[in-house]
Design a protein around this ligand. Structure first.
Ligand code: SAM
Ligand code: FES
Length: 352
């Protein structure tokens, strides 16, 4: 019989388990979630107090050249409504966000060749010029080392690129030929090498995922040591090949957040919109399990429903100010407080 409490204690004190230990804990440990969350909340408080950082998410393009089987804006989804925001519209979102206290802007989109490196660099440097006290995060997929370097030189501070699943075979069940786990993982290593605060991550409950896959995800994170980890449940989208697959559970998603907090004590860990979509208190529960970041939507209301990665996505009808205030209340009700700062990774603050 697995002694889950002993495994949680071991992860807490050594920040490491082996694959068999992680697998056993993920398979058998959910009933010990409360114990895990006592420790993961303790560790988050030791590293970041009760601070919760804000990231303003600007979903600037719903065009994508990729065809990930799970994703609502995949290129084969002919029903998806497509839009692009230009530099002026993006700067307008930043202006609204700045007034609301945001000091990080996350530019996220499909892999859209319309935005050449020149265009991305121009957008990034314009934001940094207008808002020099803000961090810019890019989340625009797999690019060459040269492109990543150019983005960094134009002022981008951080880059989010979920590894999706560390297991090569599982990766190939979620993506068409041409997309590989190897390339995605190499991109992450390159981003770290260049100096980006780098975010990896994965969906919980993605089709065909096993406890061993999740164990490999944990080992991958232990090795990469990303500054940020994005974890949310898989949620089916009606016009994708995975329309009829079951969604990930709240319980396992929270459990994985707790494990990540123990493995990487000072990681920046968002309470994701996907978790808020499958449970009305999903984000509050995530904060209590070790998360310390929230990412309210700053995209113009007119386009929000078009960036539909999965069904029933929340916050698609609200103004940015409403989202900001709603999250403030949620964070406070969970016992934490929003801090209006860039919210850099602890090690980055020490380096400066
Ligand atoms: N194109 C960029 C990239 O590849 O990283 C950023 C956009 S992509 C839509 C952002 C993330 O959305 C993905 O990394 C994936 O984990 C998540 N995602 C996509 N479809 C999803 C779904 N059906 N359920 C939950 N998360 C999903
Ligand atoms: Fe490209 Fe989802 S398939 S963003």
């Amino acid at each position: 019989m697995t002694d889950c409490v002993a495994l949680i204690d071991k992860l807490y004190s050594t920040h490491h388990l082996d694959k068999a230990e992680y697998s056993a804990l993920i398979k058998n440990g959910i009933s010990h979630s409360d114990y895990l969350f006592t420790l993961s909340d303790k560790v988050r408080r030791e590293n970041y107090g009760d601070d919760v950082y804000l990231r303003g998410l600007i979903e600037f393009t719903s065009y994508c050249k990729n065809d990930c089987y799970y994703c609502g804006i995949r290129c084969s989804n002919k029903q998806a409504e497509r839009y692009r925001l230009d530099k002026e519209q993006i700067l307008e979102c930043c202006g609204t966000g700045y007034e609301l206290g945001f000091r990080t802007f996350v530019l996220q989109g499909g892999e859209d060749p319309f935005y050449t490196d020149d265009i991305i660099c121009d957008i990034v440097s314009s934001i940094k010029k207008d808002y020099p006290d803000c961090a810019v995060t890019l989340s625009i997929g797999e690019k060459s080392e040269e492109s990543y370097r150019r983005y960094y030189e134009s002022g981008a501070d951080r880059y989010l690129l979920r590894h999706e699943t560390a297991d090569y075979e599982h990766y190939s069940k979620l993506h068409p030929v041409g997309l590989s786990a190897e390339n995605r993982q190499n991109c992450l290593k390159t981003l770290k090498k260049i100096g980006f605060q780098t975010g990896a991550g994965f969906m919980v409950g993605s089709p065909y995922q096993t406890a061993e896959n999740l164990a490999d995800d944990m080992l991958f994170l232990e090795e990469l040591k990303p500054e940020m980890v994005g974890i949310g449940p898989f949620i089916p989208h009606h016009a994708t090949p995975f329309a009829n697959m079951p969604q990930g559970t709240v319980e396992l998603t929270l459990f994985m957040l707790g494990l990540v907090r123990l493995a990487l004590p000072d990681v920046l860990l968002p309470a994701t919109t996907a978790l808020g979509t499958i449970h009305p208190q999903g984000r509050e529960l995530a904060l209590k399990s070790g998360a310390n970041v929230v990412m309210p939507n700053l995209s113009p209301v007119s386009v929000r429903k078009k960036y539909l990665l999965y069904d029933n996505k929340i916050c698609t009808g609200d103004e940015s100010a409403q989202c900001r205030m709603c999250l403030q209340k949620r964070v406070e009700s969970a016992g934490y407080r929003i801090v209006e700062s860039r919210g850099d990774h602890a090690a980055y603050n020490e380096r400066k």
